[in-house]
Design a protein around this ligand. Structure first.
Ligand code: UDP
Ligand code: MG
Length: 312
């Protein structure tokens, strides 16, 4: 049995790696086609996420020289998750594989993903076996983040980014999640069809620089939490209860001192410290509330996630 697959690659300013990515992807596709694992109309979709360099002209020329290459050009930069979504929603095939453009993920395991799909698995996660090529900082913060998410009840696949295979059925299920704040690696496990995983070693970026600077990474991490968990809100309530209880005990203590013992409380430290402390807790709490309110704000607008300017 041969199946039709499509490999979806979001690209933002990737002109340095794209020729090599294209070369390796086509070699892989040709090999799988020759072995009759995948059909001859299997293809690759490069999604240009509003790049400012020569990425789109490059995709155009690649698409012209090989019918198996498709290009999708977003009207402007909408971020990795939206670019990936645009590709998944447009690509045709029985199974769609998403992968980054920078060759950090091992193309070699795509065949194993397809095999798992043929054996009846609907979603196959690519899972990093080691993070040896990441910086100490990235490795540790990522580890902490997965643990934090788990604590807050969010089901994330440990060490899995957006390298995965999805069956047609699961992509159609994904289509029904129309939230604007996309966090795909949180949504996909919610779909619930049979899942599996393949392990691989993550390499270093083949060329070019990371398109995820610390600022974007932080925003992405916060988005992941506030899109999937209301635990922070509950923590505020809990903190409020604890502080109120303490204040009540404090009141009892002060009244006892004043009425029974007759001591005059100097009172400076005991009134100034709570003011600062409570002020801080309140500001933080309002900030957390604000995060959620801004999510609601964006979601209620129901704005389109992206526009496709051209597709080849
Ligand atoms: N990317 C994108 N839009 C963006 C930022 C990144 O489509 O606004 C793509 C990028 O081209 C790459 C993938 O998302 O294919 C992952 O980015 P990168 O490899 O730079 O992230 P890192 O691996 O450093 O976390
Ligand atoms: Mg990368």
């Amino acid at each position: 049995m041969t199946i039709r697959i499509a490999i979806v690659v979001p690209c933002y300013n990737e002109e340095e790696v794209l020729p090599e990515t294209h070369r390796r992807l086509m070699a892989l596709l040709s090999r799988l086609q020759a072995a009759a694992v995948v059909s001859h109309d299997s293809s690759v979709y490069f999604v240009d996420d509003g790049s400012k360099d020569g990425t789109w002209p490059l995709i155009e020329s690649l698409a012209k020289s090989d019918a198996r290459v498709h290009g999708i050009k977003l009207a402007q930069n909408r971020g990795h998750q939206n670019a990936l979504m645009a590709g998944l929603m447009s690509a045709e095939g029985d199974a769609l594989v998403s992968i980054d453009a920078d060759l950090q993920d091992d193309l070699g395991v795509i065949e194993a993903m397809v095999q798992a799909f043929l054996d009846g698995t609907e979603i196959v996660y690519g899972v990093r076996d080691s993070r040896a090529t990441d910086t100490f900082f990235k490795r540790e913060t990522a580890h902490l983040y997965y643990r934090l998410m788990r604590r807050m009840g969010v089901d994330l696949i440990y060490n899995h980014a957006d390298f995965r295979l999805m069956s047609r059925r699961s992509v159609d299920a994904l289509r029904q999640y129309d939230e604007v704040n996309l966090f795909l690696r949180g949504i996909v496990p919610l779909i619930g069809f049979k899942t599996g995983s393949v392990k691989y070693d993550r390499a270093e970026r083949f060329a070019g620089e990371s398109k995820y600077p610390l600022r974007k990474m932080l925003a992405f991490a916060i988005n992941g939490i506030t899109s999937f968990s209301v635990v922070p809100l509950r923590l505020i309530t809990f903190g409020g209860i604890v502080v109120s209880l303490l204040s009540f005990l404090m009141t009892l203590y002060v009244l006892y001192g004043r009425l029974v013992m007759g001591t005059v409380i100097p009172g400076w430290a005991s009134s100034v410290i709570p003011v600062y402390l409570l002020g801080g807790i309140q500001l933080l709490s309002i900030g957390v509330l604000g995060e959620y309110v801004s999510k609601i704000y964006m979601e209620t607008k129901r704005r389109p996630r992206y526009f496709i300017e051209r597709s080849l």
